[in-house]
Design a protein. Sequence first.
Length: 511
Amino acid sequence: MSTTEAPETAPEQPPGKKKFTFPSALTVLAVVTIAVWLLAFLIPSGQYDRNGDGAPVEGTYHRVGSGQSFVDRLNDLFLSPVNGLYGIQDPKTSLVSPDNSGDLYGSAGVFLFVLAIGAFITVVFATGALDRGIGRLAHRLRDRGALLIAGVMVVFSVLGTVEGFAEETLGFYGLIVPLMLALGYDRMTAVGAIILGAGIGVLCSTVNPFATGVASSAADISLGDGIALRFVMWIVLTAVTVLYVVRYAKRVQKNPDRSLSGFLPGDKDRDKAASDAAEVPELSGLHKAVLIGTALVFAFMIFSVVPWSSALTGDADATPYGWELDWSFPQLAALFLVAAVLVGIVARMGEQKLSSTIIQGAADFVSPALVILLARGVTVIMNNSKITDTVLHAIEGVVKGTSSGIFAIIVFVVNLPLAFLIPSTSGHATLAMPILAPLADFAGVSRAVVVTAWQAASGWMNLWVPTTAVTIGGVALAKVGYDKYLRFVWPLLAILFILICAFVALGAAFT
């Protein structure tokens, strides 16, 4: 595989001036935590009556006192990250504290799951099987341009929809860019194939643990709920995106002057680029075994979380079949830890390398795991000060009386600015779902539709916003101007916006 091209050197800033960089998700959530804590002094406390499942009953909102002193509120702020991890909710008072007895309110299960899947993904990448597999695919299709673009995009989309494949794409520009130039395309074609291929998969996540998984957990539903809608949506939107990029590529191949990115010196030296692209090692038997094993792990994950009786009968209350596993995050965390060890054994890593790789993988994913617990800590502050239902009641007034389809579209649109402020899908989900999910109950819509609308908003924004490393880093590696990328992608964004609205509206109508 060719080495990744270095990004262009940014122009030096004038002395005394620093370039503004958008704060990280952790910083944003720290600010949000303090802001929500302060607002809790101003927002009236209130609550809904709850039904047997713990869901709020529409029309029963009433004001109540929070019962908290200033010291209690200060303690909640201090302990918010701890409560976000393993806070326990008292069944009588509904207050959350690490010293309580009751049900787990914190996100310890999801936290460990993120670390476990981080360890598994890192072990898989350490074998070189995935990189080489994609490289071999590109090599085999190098003489069939349209098929190469479609093949790369579909593979990236599959990885995006099942495991949130995004930042990992940054390592493929050194291979894909020369290939596209060798076939008579431009650098924008490579950018579109990589960013949009993986991005559309994440947008239509079916079982992506960092989007669908975290959101489903926060919405108190199964990871498999709504998978049929998301699967159909993934097929349609992936097909549309692939056709969009292929159409652009053919136009540039036919008339290079129509390229939006233009060509750098040496780009048209396609014989050399083709020669470089041809040097891709064969897949070994070990690599094939790792790829097959990885596919089986994700297939088993899908099997284990899907509520098959409901999916096959259409009855949400159907009695589960005897062979259904009904797994959740604790079992999935164990699955990926065991799978990481098995992949390492198959790859003959050795005990020391396997151990260090698993530890490194978990360490690399500590950041999104911390984002989850910080966001959950915010909901603890809202819960203990009893303002969650007040906020829910205010939003209820906005959506009350709307049809189920309009409600689903509103959920999608409302989440667009939130996705810009919190580019971390995990943090965004943990923060938004406790309020959005109960709204679905009021609208008579499945909570799974709210999860789908939320993740579509997050995925749509992350296709173009400059606050994501995948987008801004990708165009830098490909040496394509960000403004030119926006010109390339905006018609597709408009098409996807309309299709997403149609899908979430239909999904709401059929629940």
